[in-house]
Design a protein around this ligand. Sequence first.
Ligand SMILES: [Zn+2]
Ligand SMILES: [Zn+2]
Length: 255
Amino acid sequence: MKLVPRSGWGARAPRRVTRLPSARGVKVHYLGAPVTSVPKSRCATGCRSKIRAVQRQHMDGNGWSDIAYNLLVCEHGIIWEGRGARVMSAANGEGRNTDHYAVCALLGTCGLVEPTDEILTGLRGAIDYLRQRGAGDEVLGHRDGYATSCPGEPLYAWVRAGAVRPVKRTWTEEAVRDLPLLRIGAGVVKDDHRRWDVKTLVALLWARGFPIPSGTDETVFSVAVAEAVRAFQRTEKLRPDAVVGPKTWTALLRL
Ligand SMILES: [Zn+2]
Ligand SMILES: [Zn+2]
């Protein structure tokens, strides 16, 4: 978990601080405005200036004493200190800030909408950080008990599902994640880019001892290729459906 303190993003001093030693839990927010994605290499400058802009908006636009949230999380999973722990937020709505602290994901209504694994991991880290500093177990969305769409559908679904840390994919899962799903018919059309994936498939089948008859087009997922795939799948105790998905790729690549 990486937390950038206020000094790390050049926060302005708060006009005043209202202490809140403990609360029932944490409410999750999103920025809600259009949010543009920042490359990871530009996090230290790009996300930093976003945090500064939020504080400017809250202090100069809304006239609040400080940035509203206790903690913020950027798309790279970095936690940015807002008001910090054991301080009352201004994010949950009038009269609702004594029960919950507030964490905010830098997600929007357009542009960056879907929470990345890094964001969810960061949010979980932010919630745990506050729990160790006075927050109770409750994790809710801003919309719970307040008329707002915040924190947006994807994030709210995550909150409702228990706000759990995303499961880290194994490297084999990562490796096959972007491989194409191939089935009979792939590569039939001349400009089908999957022709090269079929060729890779045929080469792997050959290497595993399941060659296709010589003279067969190696760039087309034909009946002959399907038969070789089925035979391979049977040997590997996979469902012999002649569909090459993550399980069959994993077996072919011996991952
Ligand atoms: Zn909100
Ligand atoms: Zn970032």
